[in-house]
Structures are given as C-alpha cells and as structure tokens.
Design a protein around this ligand. Structure first.
Ligand code: PMT
Length: 395
C-alpha cells in the first residue's frame, strides 16, 4: 500500500523526535519515499543530520531556503504525517497560523493529514488544546495516539507518542478507500485451549496471523472491528477492540453476545472441536490419567448461522489436502455466506507463516487466489465479502 508513495513527514519539538528515525525506516521498508520537514525545536531534540541519514535525502528546515518549498513539498506528497505532533503545531494549524516551513506547508496541504500527538498529560487534557484537536478532527484529519504510559517528565499519564508501527498502520488507513466504513465486523483468530487440569490442555494449531491480518485490513478500510483472540503471541493490530479468550466456550459466548450488533462475522479461529469431559481443579498425577474422555465443543459459526440475528458470515475450512469438498459441505451445513478453504498440509502456507494460498467458496462458485502474503489474502477475502454482501442485499 505504501509502495512508491511519497510521505511528507513533519517532525516537531518533542522528546519523541528520536523515534522518527525508526518511523522513517519503517516507512522506507514498506517502499515509501520520505521527505522531512523539521521545526527549529525538533532540531534541538534530534540532529537533522541523523534524520537525513535515515531518510536518505536533504532535510527541510528553513522557510526561506527555497521560497516555494511550503507549496511544492505538500503538493508532491501522497500523505502528510506529523510525528511527533506537539500541542503547539496542532493548535497552530487549528488556528491557521503559518509562521515557519512546517506550519506553512500544512496550510498549503489540501487533503487529510495524519497527526501523532505527543505531550505531557496536563497539556493533553487542557480544554484549549482539546478544542483545537476537535477542530482538526472535524475537518477529517486523522490521529494516532497518544498512548498512556510513563512520560518523559517522569509522570504517568496519557501523552506518549503512538508506537511507530501503529503510526504506519494509521498512515495506511488514512490512504485507504474507506469502503467498510459503517460496517461492524467481528473477527476471531488463534486457537482455543481446552483444559484437562490447570497445567495441561488440548488445542488446535494457529498463530493468529491470518485472523489478525483480516482484522487489520478491515479496520484500515474503515470498519469498526472487534478481534476475539485465543492465546496468541503475535502483536495485535492497532485500533481494534481486543477481547481475549481462552476456551471454545468463552469464544462462543463472546461471539454470540455481540452477534446482534454485527454486520459481518469472520471465523478464522482454529476452535478446538473437542474438550475434556472433566476439567480437574488441581494438577492430576500422571498415573491417575489413564484415558481422556472428550465432548464436542459448541460450534460457534453454526450457531451464528442459525441465529435469527445472523450477520453476513465468512468461515474458514482448514483441510489437509487440496480437495475443497469438505469446505463446500461446511458452507452449507453451517449456513455461511462464504468459506475460505485453506490447505494446511503445506508448510509454506496456512499455519504460522506469512503466506497463504486459499480458495474462496460461496453458493455460486469458487475463486482460487494466488500465493500471496496473509495481508494481501485478507484484502482479497474482504473484497469478495463486500461484493457478495452487496449482491445478497445485506448492505
Ligand atoms: O493462525 P494462522 O497460523 O495464521 O493459521 C490460519 C488458519 C490455518 C488457522 C486459518 O486460516 C484457518 O483455516 N482457520 C480455521 C481453522 C478451522 O478450525 O477450520 P475447521 O475446518 O475445523 O472449522 C470450520 C469453521 O468452523 C471455521 O470457521 C471455525 O472457526 C469454525 N468452528 C469450528 C469449531 C467450533 N467449535 N466452532 C467453530 O465456529
């Protein structure tokens, strides 16, 4: 998404300015070209030389070095990002002040910009500043953070600049078509654990990567997203409501409680199909456990499919082979609108890797997707879901 895109990065005077180097590197890793404007105060926190080395180009600091820079730089960029954005730059822009290169360039930029605020919590809570924030938000500008945590002054509170990974995610969202705006999506991801005792459990394989990619893509496209996740060790996406669950029963309750409010349910979790019939409160002796009796867990997607308050439903089918027959049967048996067939017998796709090659099946036919990243697969699954949802009149 950011490949060959021109990012104009404004850096203002905050301790968080040192994180700009990592931010620039992340943007560049994604294929973006980064031009930087630094304010005079930013240059007191980090040297323009260091920023120049990271960006690979000359840093713009002086309004009068090139008398048209404040017009040409914003004009040539695909997205204007201000990170860190001090209370000062946000208030200046909200008041239309243009007294240096960065504030003048912002004023000459006629699209929505992304701000990553950073300041002390007292400044953040000041109603004057909050009013200025509201002005920019009402004009459609995007914001990421700030986060709560320990601040440079030693105090705890809200005001830390968002993590650079989240700023990049927000930049991608800012540049995306918001075709899922107004949609309320629930994505499940990861495995569930079915406990024998407090120490032992049975589970299914899943890293959560496919589900997280779906949640990230949906949020980037403007949906309000809830991600219900079983135990996963990967970093969750930014800007989604996170609900942690452990067992299939907990996931079942979490999904069913939210079902009436949803417009789409995507079940990519590898929910355990069986649970031990007895769950011991204390760790049992090895010698005492001679057999394990199992009971079936409730089928979440089937229960959602038969609900009167049924949203558009996308399920997954993890199979060890290339035949899609079982996936087609699940689509009908569980009353889904669409199912994603995933051959998990291959080591290069499916479980715990960054690539996938799936077949999307619906009631009219199937659509094989090429081998691609899980992020790209997620986009293609959402594209098809949006298309089918429109056709089915469930818009
Ligand atoms: O997490 P990763 O490492 O990235 O791997 C991704 C994945 C391979 C786990 C994912 O792409 C995938 O295929 N997920 C579905 C796995 C699965 O449980 O498939 P299934 O064929 O057993 O189940 C069919 C459908 O029923 C699924 O949508 C499943 O979420 C749902 N189900 C299953 C059991 C149950 N008790 N309740 C359910 O809702």
């Amino acid at each position: 998404m950011l490949k060959d895109k021109k990012i104009l990065l404004g850096i203002t005077g905050s301790v968080a300015a040192y994180k700009s180097i990592d931010l620039i590197k992340l943007f560049k890793n994604k294929g973006a070209v980064v031009e930087v404007i630094m304010t005079a105060s930013a240059a007191r926190f980090i040297s323009p030389m260091s920023i120049s080395v990271a960006s690979g180009s000359r840093i713009h600091t002086d309004m009068f070095e090139d008398h048209l820079a404040h017009i040409n730089l914003p004009l040539a960029s695909d997205l204007f990002v201000v990170a860190p954005a001090t209370a000062n730059i946000i208030s200046k822009h909200a008041s239309g002040i243009a007294d240096d290169l960065l504030s003048s360039s912002l004023l000459a930029y006629d699209r929505k910009a992304l701000f990553a605020p950073a300041m002390n919590w007292r400044m953040y809570q000041n109603p004057v500043w909050q009013k200025n924030l509201d002005i920019l938000a009402s004009l459609g500008h995007c914001f990421v953070g700030p986060e709560r945590g320990s601040l440079a002054c030693g105090e705890e509170g809200i005001g830390r600049m968002a993590r650079v990974e989240h700023i990049v995610e927000a930049a991608e969202a800012c540049m995306s078509d918001q075709d899922l705006s107004g949609q309320r999506l629930l994505v499940t991801a990861g495995p569930t654990r079915e406990y024998i005792d407090p120490v032992r459990y049975i589970t299914n394989r899943s890293s959560g990567k496919m589900g997280f990619a779906l949640a990230r893509a949906a949020r980037r496209r403007g949906a309000s997203v809830t991600l219900i996740k079983g135990p996963c060790s990967i970093e969750p996406p930014y800007g989604v409501e996170l609900v942690d669950v452990d067992t299939a029963a907990q996931m079942h309750k979490a999904v069913m409680d939210r079902l009436p409010a949803l417009t789409m349910l995507i079940m990519s979790a590898a929910v355990a199909d069986f649970s031990p019939s007895t769950r011991y409160d204390k760790k049992i002796e090895k010698s005492e456990l001679t057999r394990l009796d199992l009971v079936r867990t409730d089928d979440i997607v089937a229960d959602a499919g038969s609900s009167a308050e049924r949203p558009f439903i996308v399920g997954f089918s993890a199979e060890t082979g290339s035949s899609v027959e079982r996936a087609v049967k699940k689509l009908h048996d569980k009353n889904m609108d669409m199912i994603v067939f995933n051959d998990v017998s291959r080591s290069d796709i499916g479980f715990d890797c960054d690539l996938n090659e799936v077949v999307i099946i619906d009631r009219n036919g199937s659509l094989p997707l090429p081998l691609m990243s899980k992020d790209e697969t997620a986009e293609a699954i959402l594209d098809r879901a949006v298309e089918l949802k429109k056709l089915s009149g469930k818009e």
